[in-house]
Design a protein around this ligand. Structure first.
Ligand SMILES: Nc1ncnc2c1ncn2[C@@H]1O[C@H](COP(=O)(O)OP(=O)(O)OP(=O)(O)O)[C@@H](O)[C@H]1O
Ligand SMILES: [Mg+2]
Length: 234
Protein backbone atom coordinates (compact mmCIF):
# COMPACT_ATOMS: atom_id res chain seq x y z
CA UNK A 1 0.00 0.00 0.00
CA UNK A 2 1.27 3.47 -0.80
CA UNK A 3 1.80 6.01 1.98
CA UNK A 4 -1.04 8.45 2.70
CA UNK A 5 -0.61 11.91 1.22
CA UNK A 6 -0.50 13.48 4.67
CA UNK A 7 0.31 11.51 7.82
CA UNK A 8 0.19 13.17 11.21
CA UNK A 9 1.64 10.84 13.83
CA UNK A 10 1.02 11.81 17.46
CA UNK A 11 1.62 15.50 16.76
CA UNK A 12 1.85 17.86 19.72
CA UNK A 13 2.58 21.57 19.49
CA UNK A 14 1.79 24.90 21.08
CA UNK A 15 3.21 28.26 21.99
CA UNK A 16 6.41 28.30 24.00
CA UNK A 17 6.11 25.59 26.59
CA UNK A 18 2.30 25.56 26.53
CA UNK A 19 0.73 22.64 24.70
CA UNK A 20 -2.30 23.32 22.51
CA UNK A 21 -2.33 20.36 20.08
CA UNK A 22 -2.10 17.02 21.86
CA UNK A 23 -1.07 13.73 20.30
CA UNK A 24 -3.00 14.18 17.06
CA UNK A 25 -2.83 11.34 14.55
CA UNK A 26 -4.61 11.77 11.22
CA UNK A 27 -4.07 10.44 7.70
CA UNK A 28 -5.37 12.05 4.52
CA UNK A 29 -5.30 10.10 1.25
CA UNK A 30 -4.57 11.62 -2.13
CA UNK A 31 -7.69 13.42 -3.36
CA UNK A 32 -9.48 13.07 -0.03
CA UNK A 33 -11.26 15.96 1.70
CA UNK A 34 -11.34 15.95 5.50
CA UNK A 35 -13.31 18.40 7.67
CA UNK A 36 -11.78 19.48 10.98
CA UNK A 37 -14.53 20.82 13.20
CA UNK A 38 -14.47 22.30 16.68
CA UNK A 39 -15.47 25.25 18.80
CA UNK A 40 -13.43 28.45 19.20
CA UNK A 41 -10.05 28.13 20.84
CA UNK A 42 -9.76 24.35 20.48
CA UNK A 43 -6.49 24.49 18.55
CA UNK A 44 -7.64 24.01 14.94
CA UNK A 45 -5.59 26.90 13.54
CA UNK A 46 -2.66 25.85 15.70
CA UNK A 47 -2.72 22.41 14.06
CA UNK A 48 -2.68 23.91 10.55
CA UNK A 49 0.19 26.24 11.48
CA UNK A 50 2.08 23.24 12.80
CA UNK A 51 1.60 21.33 9.53
CA UNK A 52 2.89 24.39 7.65
CA UNK A 53 5.92 24.59 9.95
CA UNK A 54 5.13 27.99 11.48
CA UNK A 55 5.13 26.28 14.87
CA UNK A 56 7.70 23.77 16.07
CA UNK A 57 6.66 20.20 16.77
CA UNK A 58 6.86 19.34 20.45
CA UNK A 59 6.39 15.63 19.74
CA UNK A 60 5.43 13.40 16.82
CA UNK A 61 5.97 13.45 13.09
CA UNK A 62 4.51 14.90 9.89
CA UNK A 63 4.95 13.15 6.55
CA UNK A 64 3.85 14.17 3.06
CA UNK A 65 3.67 11.23 0.64
CA UNK A 66 5.95 9.27 2.94
CA UNK A 67 8.54 12.03 3.32
CA UNK A 68 9.24 13.61 6.70
CA UNK A 69 8.48 17.33 6.24
CA UNK A 70 8.66 18.49 9.86
CA UNK A 71 12.07 20.08 9.38
CA UNK A 72 11.34 21.66 5.99
CA UNK A 73 11.00 25.45 6.26
CA UNK A 74 7.52 26.91 5.68
CA UNK A 75 8.50 28.87 2.59
CA UNK A 76 9.58 25.65 0.84
CA UNK A 77 6.34 23.81 1.60
CA UNK A 78 4.61 25.21 -1.52
CA UNK A 79 7.15 23.52 -3.77
CA UNK A 80 6.14 20.20 -2.18
CA UNK A 81 2.54 20.76 -3.23
CA UNK A 82 1.14 22.24 -0.03
CA UNK A 83 -1.11 25.30 -0.10
CA UNK A 84 -2.38 27.16 2.96
CA UNK A 85 -5.30 29.56 3.23
CA UNK A 86 -4.92 31.12 6.69
CA UNK A 87 -7.78 32.42 8.82
CA UNK A 88 -6.53 36.00 8.54
CA UNK A 89 -6.71 37.43 5.01
CA UNK A 90 -3.30 38.42 3.72
CA UNK A 91 -4.08 39.83 0.29
CA UNK A 92 -1.92 42.54 -1.17
CA UNK A 93 -4.28 45.49 -1.27
CA UNK A 94 -2.27 47.59 -3.71
CA UNK A 95 -1.64 44.82 -6.22
CA UNK A 96 -4.19 43.90 -8.85
CA UNK A 97 -6.27 40.73 -8.64
CA UNK A 98 -4.07 39.31 -11.43
CA UNK A 99 -0.86 40.02 -9.54
CA UNK A 100 -2.22 38.58 -6.29
CA UNK A 101 -3.00 35.37 -8.17
CA UNK A 102 0.46 35.40 -9.69
CA UNK A 103 1.96 35.28 -6.20
CA UNK A 104 0.44 31.83 -5.78
CA UNK A 105 2.84 30.48 -8.41
CA UNK A 106 6.54 29.80 -7.96
CA UNK A 107 7.25 30.89 -11.55
CA UNK A 108 5.35 32.46 -14.46
CA UNK A 109 5.47 29.19 -16.43
CA UNK A 110 1.83 28.27 -15.81
CA UNK A 111 0.58 31.83 -15.33
CA UNK A 112 -1.73 32.28 -18.33
CA UNK A 113 -3.31 28.83 -17.92
CA UNK A 114 -3.67 29.32 -14.16
CA UNK A 115 -5.31 32.74 -14.52
CA UNK A 116 -7.74 31.33 -17.11
CA UNK A 117 -8.58 28.43 -14.80
CA UNK A 118 -9.24 30.70 -11.82
CA UNK A 119 -11.25 33.15 -13.94
CA UNK A 120 -13.47 30.24 -14.87
CA UNK A 121 -13.79 28.96 -11.29
CA UNK A 122 -14.45 32.49 -9.97
CA UNK A 123 -16.00 34.60 -12.77
CA UNK A 124 -16.26 37.58 -10.44
CA UNK A 125 -12.45 37.59 -10.19
CA UNK A 126 -12.09 37.01 -13.92
CA UNK A 127 -13.98 40.27 -14.55
CA UNK A 128 -11.73 42.16 -12.14
CA UNK A 129 -8.24 40.97 -13.01
CA UNK A 130 -6.89 44.51 -13.49
CA UNK A 131 -8.65 45.94 -10.43
CA UNK A 132 -6.73 46.68 -7.22
CA UNK A 133 -7.39 43.83 -4.75
CA UNK A 134 -8.05 46.34 -1.96
CA UNK A 135 -11.17 47.50 -3.80
CA UNK A 136 -12.77 44.03 -3.74
CA UNK A 137 -15.59 43.25 -1.33
CA UNK A 138 -14.87 40.99 1.65
CA UNK A 139 -16.37 37.97 -0.10
CA UNK A 140 -14.42 38.65 -3.30
CA UNK A 141 -11.21 38.96 -1.28
CA UNK A 142 -11.91 35.57 0.28
CA UNK A 143 -12.39 34.06 -3.18
CA UNK A 144 -9.11 35.65 -4.21
CA UNK A 145 -7.11 34.02 -1.42
CA UNK A 146 -8.69 30.64 -2.12
CA UNK A 147 -7.93 31.08 -5.83
CA UNK A 148 -4.35 32.06 -4.99
CA UNK A 149 -4.03 28.72 -3.17
CA UNK A 150 -5.63 26.71 -5.97
CA UNK A 151 -3.74 28.29 -8.88
CA UNK A 152 -0.60 26.25 -8.17
CA UNK A 153 -2.65 23.02 -8.36
CA UNK A 154 -1.54 21.85 -4.91
CA UNK A 155 -1.64 18.21 -3.87
CA UNK A 156 -2.92 19.23 -0.46
CA UNK A 157 -4.65 22.42 0.56
CA UNK A 158 -5.21 23.52 4.17
CA UNK A 159 -8.15 25.91 4.55
CA UNK A 160 -8.88 27.78 7.79
CA UNK A 161 -12.47 29.02 8.11
CA UNK A 162 -12.80 30.42 4.61
CA UNK A 163 -16.57 30.89 4.87
CA UNK A 164 -16.42 33.20 7.91
CA UNK A 165 -18.73 36.16 7.27
CA UNK A 166 -19.65 35.19 3.71
CA UNK A 167 -23.11 35.36 2.18
CA UNK A 168 -24.67 32.04 1.03
CA UNK A 169 -24.06 32.57 -2.71
CA UNK A 170 -20.32 33.06 -2.12
CA UNK A 171 -20.22 30.00 0.13
CA UNK A 172 -21.84 27.98 -2.68
CA UNK A 173 -19.30 29.28 -5.20
CA UNK A 174 -16.42 28.26 -2.94
CA UNK A 175 -17.92 24.80 -2.43
CA UNK A 176 -18.18 24.37 -6.20
CA UNK A 177 -14.59 25.52 -6.76
CA UNK A 178 -13.21 23.14 -4.11
CA UNK A 179 -15.26 20.22 -5.41
CA UNK A 180 -14.02 20.95 -8.95
CA UNK A 181 -10.37 21.15 -7.81
CA UNK A 182 -10.66 17.71 -6.24
CA UNK A 183 -12.56 16.22 -9.19
CA UNK A 184 -10.38 17.69 -11.95
CA UNK A 185 -6.96 17.75 -10.30
CA UNK A 186 -7.19 15.34 -7.36
CA UNK A 187 -6.48 18.05 -4.79
CA UNK A 188 -6.75 16.73 -1.22
CA UNK A 189 -7.89 19.14 1.51
CA UNK A 190 -8.00 19.58 5.24
CA UNK A 191 -10.77 22.08 5.89
CA UNK A 192 -11.20 23.79 9.25
CA UNK A 193 -14.77 25.05 9.43
CA UNK A 194 -17.63 26.03 11.69
CA UNK A 195 -20.09 26.17 8.77
CA UNK A 196 -21.35 22.57 8.91
CA UNK A 197 -23.58 22.40 5.80
CA UNK A 198 -20.73 23.80 3.68
CA UNK A 199 -18.00 21.55 5.01
CA UNK A 200 -20.06 18.37 5.18
CA UNK A 201 -21.21 19.06 1.63
CA UNK A 202 -17.66 18.90 0.27
CA UNK A 203 -15.91 16.45 2.68
CA UNK A 204 -15.47 12.68 2.70
CA UNK A 205 -14.56 12.41 6.38
CA UNK A 206 -14.78 14.53 9.50
CA UNK A 207 -12.75 14.86 12.68
CA UNK A 208 -13.97 16.70 15.78
CA UNK A 209 -11.34 18.69 17.64
CA UNK A 210 -11.71 19.39 21.34
CA UNK A 211 -8.98 20.91 23.53
CA UNK A 212 -6.32 19.98 20.99
CA UNK A 213 -7.40 16.37 20.54
CA UNK A 214 -9.44 14.47 17.98
CA UNK A 215 -12.37 13.17 20.02
CA UNK A 216 -14.41 11.66 17.18
CA UNK A 217 -13.97 10.98 13.49
CA UNK A 218 -15.73 9.09 10.75
CA UNK A 219 -17.16 9.19 7.25
CA UNK A 220 -19.51 12.02 6.25
CA UNK A 221 -22.71 9.97 6.21
CA UNK A 222 -26.29 10.50 7.38
CA UNK A 223 -25.22 10.30 11.04
CA UNK A 224 -22.26 12.67 10.81
CA UNK A 225 -24.02 15.97 11.54
CA UNK A 226 -25.69 14.59 14.68
CA UNK A 227 -22.43 13.13 15.93
CA UNK A 228 -20.64 16.42 15.38
CA UNK A 229 -23.37 18.44 17.04
CA UNK A 230 -23.25 16.18 20.10
CA UNK A 231 -19.60 17.15 20.53
CA UNK A 232 -19.81 20.82 19.70
CA UNK A 233 -23.02 21.84 21.48
CA UNK A 234 -22.46 24.67 23.93
N1 LIG B 1 0.31 33.22 19.25
C1 LIG B 1 -0.23 32.62 20.33
N2 LIG B 1 0.39 32.65 21.53
C2 LIG B 1 -0.14 32.04 22.62
N3 LIG B 1 -1.27 31.35 22.60
C3 LIG B 1 -1.95 31.28 21.44
C4 LIG B 1 -1.46 31.91 20.25
N4 LIG B 1 -2.35 31.66 19.25
C5 LIG B 1 -3.33 30.91 19.78
N5 LIG B 1 -3.08 30.68 21.11
C6 LIG B 1 -3.95 29.90 22.02
O1 LIG B 1 -4.07 28.56 21.55
C7 LIG B 1 -5.37 28.08 21.75
C8 LIG B 1 -5.94 27.56 20.43
O2 LIG B 1 -6.03 28.63 19.51
P1 LIG B 1 -6.39 28.38 17.97
O3 LIG B 1 -6.31 29.69 17.30
O4 LIG B 1 -5.57 27.27 17.45
O5 LIG B 1 -7.91 27.90 18.12
P2 LIG B 1 -9.01 27.65 16.98
O6 LIG B 1 -9.58 26.29 17.24
O7 LIG B 1 -8.43 27.91 15.65
O8 LIG B 1 -10.11 28.74 17.35
P3 LIG B 1 -11.09 29.65 16.39
O9 LIG B 1 -12.21 28.75 15.99
O10 LIG B 1 -11.55 30.72 17.30
O11 LIG B 1 -10.28 30.13 15.24
C9 LIG B 1 -6.19 29.23 22.34
O12 LIG B 1 -6.28 29.02 23.74
C10 LIG B 1 -5.36 30.45 22.02
O13 LIG B 1 -5.51 31.44 23.00
MG1 LIG C 1 -8.80 29.29 14.23
Amino acid sequence: MSAPLLALDRVSSGYGSSRVVRDVSLDIASGEIVALIGKNGMGKSTLLKTIMGFLRLQTGGIALAGRDIAAIPSHRKASLGLAYVPQEQPIFQDLTVHDNLRLGLASDAGLAAGIAEMAQAFPVLGRRLRQRAGTLSGGEQKMLIVARGLIARPRLMLLDEVTEGLQPSVVDRLAEALTAARRDRGTAMLIVEQHLPFVLGVSDRFAVFKSGEIVDSGPVDAAAALRIEAHTRL
